[in-house]
Ligand binder design. Structure first.
Ligand code: FAD
Ligand code: DLZ
Ligand code: SF4
Length: 527
């Protein structure tokens, strides 16, 4: 027998059933977060695709699609587990395209009694949600994301008041504190850092394993973005989307990494190769940054693989990998929260030049840059050395404005979220922070690019020429950079040698180098 429920009681039970609204952001897709441990009928989760997030920078189309596909998959999984979920698609007519407006309308329409969110990783969104909290008509609770090794509170203790930061010191603290690759108080093998072993070029004829790519049909999202006029960069094959968009696929990528790639990860960490776009790199940064995987489980998987197969996986491989996540990734987050928002305006060298148009087309005669830009537009991915020693190196030598460089890096890569993008770009790569993160600028002439990869053979420029017809631009720009920044860099003990070499150079040679560099700087568009 069905009993008719009076209208008022229905409303009251709805009010009781949905008393707390919890916002899940597009980079908070961690199904193991404590929020989701029990199904509660008094909690409703909300996820929203909104135009300001899709447009705060011109993103690579694969990045927007990847985030929306992962958000949709996550919402469906929550529903399948019995959670109550409200999902706003970008083209939903009732979507107000604002975290605040969508949440406030739900609070007033559905009578939620409380609102909760997890700490965002980006300063911009942190501000938006703090302001939302101040105006929110119901009490607000803020929870941790439980994704990183360090909480934001711990980080502020570790980074407070420092003028410069030492990653190596931070890394040793993290290894000890979290007991990773340690034997008591000492590092395994007695060595903390085996970087010196990890600088090999790929031998001729060596073919790295084919990267693991997925094959999802994302046409519906691509069509929706086109219909809504979202401006993106790069290309996509809507029928074969290659990135993981849920935890299960991310775990598959992690297994593939530890089995197929970790054994040579460290050895070829700095290598560059025309045939292989990701070499022995994990391509886990997207899964990590949207929290489908946690930092500690990735580190643990690598350590366990090394422990169970020490004959296959050397200590230099696993240490190199652990340093990237337990060290660099957490370290950059610490610098970000200690230095923002001022960090976003730093421009130590006063660089002003706009990016040449070929940053968006790949149409340059410089083979290394053509290769990396083309690859980035096609794959939404470049590995660390391509980002640092090809694109970043050129941008710094050419004096490109750090705002423009940041914007490009923030848009183009799958894994680009400001907390980890800006610290790497403006800090590590562009030295716009005057040395907060890096102890000297990461610049090189063609010699480094030639030594670490095979871009130079087949280039329109000659890596071995410094001046004259066909001379590689990296060579003269390298000396121009040092000469023009003498007043800022000469006292740096790690660069002093360079200035001694410059002083000893024949005046005519220096003049020829400067003339060559100025010619290139005047013609960046056609390089
Ligand atoms: P792997 O080489 O397999 O490394 C494993 C993991 O270590 C990565 O997934 C990443 O989580 C972490 N890691 C490695 N290096 C760094 C680093 N320097 N800082 C923080 N984490 C690191 N990384 C991002 O996640 N987002 C960015 O927007 C980003 N922008 C960058 C911009 C520049 C100019 C530079 C030089 C580096 C940038 N990085 C960024 C760091 C690094 O290049 C990428 O994390 C890495 O290339 C991602 O590919 P992967 O997963 O195959 O990395
Ligand atoms: C990057 C991104 C994009 C493109 N779109 C959304 C979105 O529509 N909704 C959302 O919740 N998040 C999106 N994101 C990720 C956000 O930028 C991310 O939540 C912030 O980086 C918070 O740290
Ligand atoms: Fe790049 Fe110069 Fe080598 Fe050409 S010669 S690939 S421009 S480093």
């Amino acid at each position: 027998m069905t009993v008719a429920v009076p209208e008022k009681a229905k409303t009251m039970s709805t009010m009781f059933d949905s008393s707390e609204l919890r916002l899940v952001l597009g980079d908070q897709l961690n199904p193991h977060h404590p929020w989701f441990r029990v199904v509660r009928n008094d909690v409703t989760y909300v996820l929203m695709e909104i135009l300001p997030e899709a447009g705060y920078v011109r993103h690579h189309i694969q990045k927007v699609v990847g985030i929306f596909a992962a958000m949709r998959d996550f919402a469906q999984n929550l529903r399948d587990s019995g959670h109550e979920v409200i999902y706003f698609r970008l083209d939903d007519a009732h979507n107000l395209h604002s975290f605040e407006e969508n949440c406030f309308r739900l609070i007033s329409d559905k009578g939620f009694k409380g609102f909760a969110y997890q700490l965002p990783d980006e300063f911009r969104v942190d501000r938006v949600l703090s302001e939302l909290s101040e105006r929110c008509p119901v009490p607000v609770r803020v929870d941790d994301t439980h994704h990183f090794y360090t909480t934001r509170e711990e980080l502020s203790g570790l980074f407070k008041g420092s003028k410069t930061y030492l990653m190596e010191r931070f890394y040793r603290h993290m290894r000890t504190h979290h007991n990773v690759l340690m034997e008591g108080k000492k590092p395994v093998t007695g060595q903390w850092n085996l970087d010196a072993e990890n600088r090999k070029r790929l031998p001729k004829g060596h073919i790295a394993p084919r990267p693991l790519e997925f094959d999802r049909n994302v046409s519906d999202i691509v069509d929706m973005l086109n219909a809504k006029g979202v401006q993106t960069i790069g290309s996509i094959d809507p029928l074969h989307f290659p990135w993981p968009v849920n935890r299960q696929e991310s775990l598959q990528l992690l297994s593939f990494f530890v089995e197929e790639l970790l054994p040579l990860f460290g050895t070829y960490e700095d290598a560059m190769d025309r045939q292989s776009w990701s070499l022995y790199h994990s391509r886990l940064s997207f899964s990590l940054n949207v929290k489908m995987l946690s930092a500690s489980e990735v580190v643990e998987a690598a350590v366990q693989a090394w422990k169970s197969k020490p004959h296959l996986i050397g200590y230099n491989q696993v240490e190199g990998f652990v340093r990237q996540i337990l060290g660099w990734r957490e370290f950059m987050r610490g610098v970000y929260w200690a230095q923002m928002p001022a960090f976003a305006d730093l421009n130590f060298f006063g660089h002003e030049r706009p990016l040449p148009a070929w940053f968006w087309t790949g149409e340059t005669h410089m083979n290394c840059l053509k290769h990396v830009v083309d690859q980035s537009l096609e794959k939404a991915y470049a590995h660390h050395i391509q980002r640092l020693m090809v694109v970043g190196n050129f941008a710094l030598l050419a004096g490109l404005h750090p705002d423009a460089v940041d914007e490009w890096f923030l848009g183009i890569y799958m894994d680009a979220f400001q907390w980890v993008e800006i610290t790497n770009t403006r800090g590590m790569s562009q030295y716009a922070d005057g040395g907060l993160i890096a102890s000297k600028p990461y610049v090189s002439s063609a010699a480094y690019i030639q030594k670490m990869g095979n871009y130079c053979s087949g280039c329109a420029y000659d890596a071995n020429r410094k001046t004259g017809e066909g001379a590689c631009p990296f060579n003269s720009l390298y000396w121009h950079f040092h000469r023009r920044n003498h007043h800022l860099l000469a006292s740096n003990p790690r660069i002093g040698m360079m200035y001694k070499v410059l002083e000893k150079m024949d005046t005519q040679d220096v003049e020829a180098l400067m003339k060559q560099a100025n010619h290139y700087l005047d013609n960046l568009e056609t390089l």
